[in-house]
Design a protein. Structure first.
Length: 365
């Protein structure tokens, strides 16, 4: 059996690489590196199955999903998002994709929302938790006694520095620069391991990033999660909220998190989630290692190339172009809205000043 690592080649978010890294450690080897956003056009070197652990967030390019017939996927720790490209809904989960997921179920879902979404479509599914909870501790990591702030606002950073005078506070980001995108996987792996080692040695990590907070739990590092009270919190964070202290930025600024900042509590064990994840991934690998899959039903490589990949090339180009136009329009709308807010604010100021002058004239007369 050949094995593939699913990763997001062009990601600007380090968390995507951490998700791939969490799945990679269960693979006996990596024969192929497969871009998450283009799984449908994957072609192996020969007519064969390639086993993959399909965990993480799916998908920017929803129209490219379902995966190539040459992939043998194990879905666990999976999250399905709304269509990010055109319709902003789940219509890409059509009859064909539903049949595909039914065939490869039950689907282990990172959150209850995804599990419910799939169950509504008669796709066997269950809440599995996130694969980053299975990350093992690195050996010989000494405490660095830092408080690490990951993608925290300037206002909150200053507040924490004031609350913890004399503490070694390091502010970093999971956002990748353009020069750090699309690098070789080995380079990316070394980079993310440095981040994880930093987190493991820290006294406390404060973050707005789910895939900073969950790895910290796995590494046994105290973590404070800065949450937003919106749909994103309930969909992505709520299943893990009982394992870590969560506060809004406003609550932290109001000193409601001072007890956590001044005396970080010991990280709660996530073994009840991590152990089943490890068991299921190990069982999947053991099973495929012992099987000799029948490749006779797989399409001829040249046929798949000509009938699917080549024929959908123009569609991809067209949809990508539409998406670029949509993004440009959205950015212009946001910019125009900000300008309109400024104009309205200025108008209100002028009206207030006119009213003040009118009253003053009345007084003088």
């Amino acid at each position: 059996m050949k094995y593939g690592l699913i990763y997001y080649r062009d990601t600007h978010n380090l968390g995507d690489d951490i998700l791939s890294y969490a799945g990679k450690r269960f693979l006996p080897k990596v024969d192929y590196y497969i871009d998450r956003e283009h799984m449908d056009v994957f072609l192996p070197d020969e007519r064969e199955y390639v086993a993959v652990i399909a965990n993480g967030w799916y998908l920017h390019y929803n129209y490219t999903f379902q995966p190539s017939p040459y992939l043998h996927p194990f879905f666990i720790g999976t999250h399905f998002s709304k269509d990010q490209m055109i319709l902003n809904d789940y219509s890409y989960l059509d009859a064909s994709l539903i049949r595909y997921l039914q065939q490869h179920g039950p689907i282990g879902c990172r959150d209850e929302h995804t599990a419910d979404l799939l169950k509504e479509r008669q796709i066997p599914s269950y809440f599995s938790g996130c694969m980053t909870l299975t990350l093992p501790k690195f050996p010989d990591i000494m405490p660095n006694h830092k408080v690490v702030l990951v993608d925290v606002s300037d206002e909150l950073t200053q507040h924490i520095k004031t609350t913890l005078p004399g503490k070694d506070i390091l502010s970093i980001t999971h956002r990748l620069k353009e020069s750090e995108v699309s690098l070789d996987w080995n380079v990316r792996e070394e980079r993310l391991e440095e981040y994880l080692k930093l987190y493991q040695g820290a006294d406390l990590v404060v973050t707005t990033r789910l895939h900073c907070a969950l790895p910290c739990l796995a590494l046994g590092t105290p973590v404070l999660f800065v949450r937003k009270l919106n749909e994103d919190f309930h969909v992505r964070i709520e299943p893990f909220a009982k394992y870590l202290p969560t506060f809004t930025q406003e609550e932290i600024l109001q000193h409601k998190a001072d007890a956590v900042l001044l005396n970080p509590p010991v990280a709660k064990s996530v073994e009840e989630l991590a152990f089943p994840l490890i068991q299921k991934c190990t069982q999947f690998i053991n099973t495929v290692e012992k099987t000799c899959p029948d490749v006779s039903t797989l399409p001829d490589l040249a046929l798949y190339q000509s009938l699917y990949i080549d024929r959908t090339q123009y569609m991809r180009f067209a949809i990508d172009s539409l998406f670029s136009i949509r993004c440009a329009l959205q950015n212009q709308i946001m910019q125009d809205s900000k300008e309109m807010e400024k104009t309205i604010s200025l108008c209100n100021t002028v009206l207030d000043e006119n009213e003040r002058l009118r009253k003053r004239l009345q007084e003088l007369s």
